[in-house]
Design a protein around this ligand. Structure first.
Ligand SMILES: [Zn+2]
Length: 254
């Protein structure tokens, strides 16, 4: 189950799957609580969004201080809709990757989204965290399977112990797709409505998480559609190039 909390004006969504672990910091930002003005109002965290660098930097500071870690501890990936995974041990900026993994306390992983699915993973025994950016292309390129495989191979993580939380993203109510995209997903992941095709990306994510061995009880979803809630979330589908970005972050305190 997800919980919405306000730190001053900053709304942060968190899963009760991860909240019992006092060393783990995690959260999904919303639009609320930042300094950006229209159309990026207000907590825009996306570097390539057309907003001013000053506003974005101020928003980063606001979001990170709400979660009580320093913004300089953030590790980034540039997000290219690939299946590429990077293991990091410092707060670096990684090229050509869509998922980050670390077992280093004090390194906070993030992905930025405005419709695509942000997924945060934690393996409590080996103390490993991951942040995954999963749009339809990333899902097809096996970003979810590759992240979990890397956690297993590099850190001896056990899928049956892993916890997975899914943040705000565009849902099957709004996610219309072309036939050539639909063809890359199973029948059960595509919904037909009024002669149109819609992707159930949440189901596609669940299917892949479960196929890797993550238990259904260890998966949590915020059940929020970015396109349906303009006051709360950015949506690239809805707002186009004038869309800001939300951030999903996970890390472990030192
Ligand atoms: Zn919707």
């Amino acid at each position: 189950m997800f919980v919405s909390s306000f730190y001053q004006n900053v709304e942060i969504l968190q899963s009760d799957l991860l909240m019992p672990f006092s060393s783990v910091v995690h959260g999904f930002s919303t639009r609320k609580g930042g300094v950006s003005t229209k159309p990026f109002d207000s907590l825009n965290l996306g570097m390539n969004s057309g907003d001013t660098p000053e506003n974005i930097e101020a928003n980063r500071q606001i979001f990170c201080s709400a979660l009580e870690f320093p913004a300089v501890s953030l590790a980034h990936a540039n997000q290219i809709h690939s299946g590429n995974v990077a293991v990091v041990d410092r707060p670096v900026s990684v090229k050509d990757a869509d998922a980050l993994i670390t077992n280093t306390p004090g390194v906070f992983l993030n992905v930025k989204t405005a419709d695509c699915v942000p997924i945060l993973l934690f393996e409590p025994e080996q103390k490993v965290v991951a942040a995954v950016y999963a749009g339809w292309k990333g899902i097809v390129n096996r970003i979810i399977e590759n992240t979990i495989d890397t956690m297993i191979v590099r850190f001896r993580c056990e899928p049956s112990r892993m916890l997975a939380v899914i943040g705000p993203s565009i849902r099957s109510c709004c996610y219309e797709i072309r036939l050539d995209v639909a063809d890359q997903f199973s029948e059960s992941e595509v919904i037909r409505r009024n002669r149109k095709l819609f992707l159930d990306a949440k189901k596609a994510v669940y299917n892949r998480l479960e196929n890797t061995g993550i238990l259904p009880k260890n998966i949590d979803d915020c059940e929020c559609c970015t396109m349906c809630e303009p006051k709360r979330f950015y949506s690239y589908r809805r707002d186009g190039v004038q869309s800001g970005r939300m951030m999903a972050v996970i890390g472990m305190r030192k």
